[in-house]
Design a protein around this ligand. Sequence first.
Ligand code: TYD
Length: 210
Amino acid sequence: MTGGGLFVTVEGVDGCGKSTQTARMARWLEGWSGRGVLRTFEPGGWAGGGLLRSLILGGDVPDDRTELLLFLADRSGHLASVVVPALSAGEIVLCERYSDSTLAYQVWGRGLPEAFAGPLIEVCGFVRPDLTVLLDVDVGTAERRLRGRGAADRIESAGAGFMARVAEGYRELARRSPERFVVVDASGSEDEVAALVEAAVRGRLEGAFD
Ligand code: TYD
């Protein structure tokens, strides 16, 4: 438990079904826990975040280091204005994307050195999630899902090799922190994945709200 509340992050490659599954999780988690559930996201889930989100996803970002620093600035504002106040009020915060996205996309995907990004994230002192749900799906399936959605943003357009590296990065991060991660096979139908997520998360959080 973090500051009285519970901080849960949801991660995965673009097209893994993150938003759909997070919405479904929020519904049963509220009833089951008896707590308030705040759904939020990065990049952009705070008052100043819209500007940063459109700059990051649509703007002219000159290099990978700038991209990384913009994600960290967004996280800092999001934590201070949304996440930490909700955790302090005892709520469950359900956040789509967080620091694992930065490592998977900017280190494994873009190729920035982990020796640069890792300590930078560390020194920011961001709140550590209590639980991270990784929706693991093969890149081909994720791409098919994305195609149905219209124009790709700047990061989604980075190509299949990029997304495969991001997916591998996520798996490595999960291997390194098994106590924090729940890895769910997200290749099935929406209902199948939702059932797997619910079973895995209930298993991990059993007794947390007694
Ligand atoms: P997201 O909002 O999940 O995309 P969408 O709304 O299109 O589903 O995330 C936007 C993109 O930002 C996504 O491609 C992942 C990327 N991202 C990073 O590269 N690093 C980060 O630290 C974060 C939070 C997101």
